[in-house]
Design a protein around this ligand. Sequence first.
Ligand SMILES: *Cc1c(COP(=O)(O)O)cnc(C)c1O
Length: 403
Amino acid sequence: MAHHSLPSGLHPDTLAQRVAVEPSQYGENSEALYLTSGYLQPSAEVAARRFGGQEEGYTYGRSGNPTVSSFEMRLAAMEGTQAALATASGMSAVMLMLFSLLKSGDHVLYSQSMFGSTIKLIGSEFARFGVESTMVAQTDLAAWKAAMRPNTKLLFAETPTNPLTEVCDIQALADIAHNAGALLAVDNCFATPALQRPMDMGADIVMHSGTKYLDGQGRVMAGALCASEDLITGKCLPVMKNSGMVLSPFNAWVVLKGLETLDIRMRAQSARAHELALWLEQHPAVSRVYYPGLASHPQHALAMRQMSNIGGAVLSFDLKATDAAAARSRAFHVLDSLQVLSLCTNLGDTKSLLTHPASTSHGKLSEDQRQAAGIGQGLIRFAVGLEHVGDMQADLLRGLDTL
Ligand SMILES: *Cc1c(COP(=O)(O)O)cnc(C)c1O
């Protein structure tokens, strides 16, 4: 769709403010919200050309919308990809990618530390349609290599992961994929293009849950795939048009405006997260803090290289306890003592959100599976927002100092 014309060579923070479709005849400075499912066609001849794909122009809400286009163009510019396609949620972006790129008999290789619904979608739902898959350890490159098969078409990783913030080497995974003629997709939810651009490190597809930092204020569900014109227009768009996993224009408008403040939010929230991670490491009730910005993080050097020297805004910490039952009751005590911060299963909000992964996002796993994943009963995930650091510390101490 027509691009608001801009000089070349602009930086990502400028693109985040400026990339959008042309303003309407009214010259609005803030991008318009186009709430329409249909479009007036200037003539039957033009309508025929638009439906036939010989002429650009909107035809129907399932095939495109100017507000959604603005979000797609802007996100693509920020990720450094040729194109993007917006979806109704992060999971519908994963769904669209799998549907568009795979067929029965193909094999997917993915990290065992990925988002729970991603694991279910690939390992259970797509398995019903004959798509094979293997899960491997996030940080074990030899395991990724060893699990490759002649029919491997896609490698899929998330970095950093939820909730333990494990970091994988994007360039190394891209090399493994490309040597075998496969593609690498990266879920860039936690770092966002403000800190990490997987495309610059060899990835072929960047997947987003726009629900998280792209929105940034916990308002709407959204998702997107960013990739080459070939993959987006050639492979994903045709599936999208027929499957209807479209992002609503209103939600697109919210995340479009969210992108304008993404960079400053990521930096400010990450700075608070770093300060809190250092502080939590010193607290006597805490046994371990997981945060890529800490020198104690196992992939600290790699994380700093991939993430613009910034650790991101999500950390997790483990409470000291004698056994699993005690750990669980201690974690519940800390969470139930909060008076300011939110007990809420989401992330990417300017409000700080805390969760107990073992009983919520990872609650369906058996205790053995949870132990294998490193998600103990004393683990608390902390998606750090923009509150005053002193107030956040005081709120945590209500529980930490009364265990
Ligand atoms: C939330 C999330 C998703 C799924 O996104 P939705 O918008 O909730 O569908 C996928 N990956 C990661 C890392 C997430 O945090």
